[in-house]
Design a protein around this ligand. Sequence first.
Ligand code: FES
Ligand code: FES
Length: 142
Amino acid sequence: SNLDTLYRQVIMDHYKNPRNRGEFDGDAVTVNMNNPTCGDRIQLQLLIEDGKVKDAKFEGEGCSISLASASMMTQAVKGLETEEAVAMADIFSNMMLGNEYDEERFDLGDIEALQGVTKFPARIKCATLAWKAMEKGIEDNK
Ligand code: FES
Ligand code: FES
């Protein structure tokens, strides 16, 4: 469908032009996480200040879905309170599981393109990898 085509284009755009790819020079909360089903891994770094995610960057190797998702996630959480970032991860997880989620709470923007992944259950772990890393980073920082 046209929607699938649009979703694919948004994913490919984030894969080819990743936002926030790289590493911080100074101290940052750093999480390394791998997708056990394929062995791909990402490194996520968060700058957390005054209870907010001030900035986020990622590095790693993975498929287009995992890297596009990391790009979208880092873009989406910048500026959010840490609890809000965790709430967004929860919404994303429900979206991936095909559960109901609160569509009004956040402007998900590009992230909605990952809904297409729910048709390919084997790829859901690719899409959720960066989000799990983000939740762990916030948890570790407490
Ligand atoms: Fe199999 Fe990503 S883990 S496609
Ligand atoms: Fe490994 Fe997608 S196939 S993260």
